[in-house]
Design a protein. Structure first.
Length: 423
């Protein structure tokens, strides 16, 4: 690959901004997938002892092991080779990879010179799609000026100025949920949401598509989440203005309560959720990957003849997910007794832990006098001003590999889909 390359060869070239956790694993995904015939990675600075250090960091991973073994098993041979130190050229499992080490501002990264159409920004630094391309601190829009046709952001967008609306050329897509909503004539900036939103969306969608569970009265979720690089190894002082000081406590030996935007982001990819009082929180635990969503949902149960509440028992609940797994390969269902390490690298948006799911059916007394704007005639027609409403409470457990198996793989699927649809 040389500077000044044109698209005459029609070979798909991928751009990746940053070799952090998701950037590196995105490289792994596409090297193994081999849809993109060349990959350009912008690191924006020198690293360690040059390309030797970069090659080693690409090859080895403390969570997933060595790249060649991850791809081909324990007998495989190393597959990362340095081709040229000065120009940053590597050969990774046969795929030419160029590492750029000069520019950190997206505006100045020369994607056009390398024939890059789609850039995956994994830096975590450019979350606001309303920031102009020429902002001195950098903007995700700068990639467009550099030649990218579409930029995929490996996190939710966050608009700092709350008076501003999401730009019309910006959207949030999750593969397997709403990725077909991508419009190549409109969408320039695409968020792949978060790992938790990806798993949660694939847990909620089967419920909304099933007649017996489609009416969700309220829901909440907690993610028992592996640590991320936003936390600290040992206790340290927080930055000025830092509100969540728990993230500055040691990840080695603490269970840490924190927030998640997954429930809010869910409404962006599944609009029906906007009518549900959905809450979410995150509990960080000292593991390096593999997280667990605990979804609590309350459904309006139907009333059978004789006044009994129709029961959505655990068997029926599991049957919903068993069918979802048959229809959608991104949803897995298991009755095995898993622990988290069993599912590291699992290529699924979510793995439903059927043996631990459970439901309870009950009647909830509703005081009609407390309902605003209720017609007086209706209120008077009820003797004790109380209705017994049948509801079903369900607790559903879903595993997801928050780094590679669930999130990076789904973002990889989305990236290929977008590239095919802009051609």
């Amino acid at each position: 690959m040389t500077k000044g390359k044109t698209k005459e060869s029609n070979l798909p070239v991928l751009g990746i901004n940053s070799l952090g956790r998701i950037g590196k694993l995105t490289l792994w995904h596409h090297v193994g997938r081999k849809y993109f015939k060349e990959i350009v990675v912008n690191q924006g600075r020198d690293v360690g002892m040059g390309m030797e250090t970069i090659a080693r960091l690409i090859e080895a991973d403390a969570t997933y092991g060595l790249l060649h073994r991850f791809l081909y098993g324990h007998k495989a041979q190393p597959c990362v080779k340095i081709v040229d130190e000065k120009s940053g050229k590597l050969l990774v499992d046969g795929i030419p990879v160029t590492v750029l080490r000069e520019q950190r501002n997206p505006l100045n990264i020369p994607w056009r010179q390398y024939g890059v159409d789609v850039v995956v920004d994994c830096s975590g630094s450019f979350k606001d799609p309303t920031v102009p391309a020429d902002d001195k601190k950098g903007s995700i829009r700068g990639h467009l000026n550099g030649g990218a046709k579409v930029v995929i952001h490996s996190a939710p967008f966050k608009i700092k100025n709350k008076s501003l609306e999401t730009p019309e050329d910006t959207t949030t897509l999750i593969y397997g949920i709403n990725h077909t909503a991508f419009n190549p004539k409109k969408h320039l900036l695409v968020s792949a949401a978060s790992c938790t939103t990806t798993g949660l969306a694939h847990m909620v969608k089967p419920l909304l598509e099933n007649e017996e569970t489609s009416v969700i009265l309220t829901a909440s979720m907690s993610t028992i989440h592996a640590v991320t690089n936003s936390q600290t190894v040992l206790d340290k002082l927080p930055k000025a203005g830092e509100k969540d000081i728990r993230k500055t406590r040691s990840i080695l030996n603490n269970i840490i309560l924190t927030s998640t935007g997954a429930a809010k982001a869910l409404a962006e990819v599944i609009p029906e959720v906007k009518n549900i009082g959905f809450m979410g929180d995150s509990i960080r635990v000292p593991t390096n990957t593999l997280s667990l969503i605990v979804l609590n949902a309350t459904f309006q149960a139907r009333q059978e003849k004789g006044g009994e509440a129709a029961s959505i028992d655990t068997k029926k609940l599991n049957a919903i997910y068993e069918k979802a797994a048959q229809d959608n390969p991104l949803v897995r269902f298991t009755m095995q007794q898993n622990v988290s390490t069993d599912l590291i690298g699992e290529d699924a948006a979510v793995v439903i832990e059927g043996q631990f799911n459970h439901t309870r059916t009950a009647f909830i007394p509703v005081d009609l006098s407390q309902i605003p704007s209720l017609p007086p005639a209706l209120l008077d027609s009820v003797a004790d001003k109380t209705l017994q409403v049948p509801v079903v409470h369900a607790k559903i457990f879903g595993w997801y590999d928050n780094e590679y198996g669930s999130y990076t793989n789904r973002m990889g699927d989305l990236t290929v889909y977008i590239h095919k649809n802009i051609q």
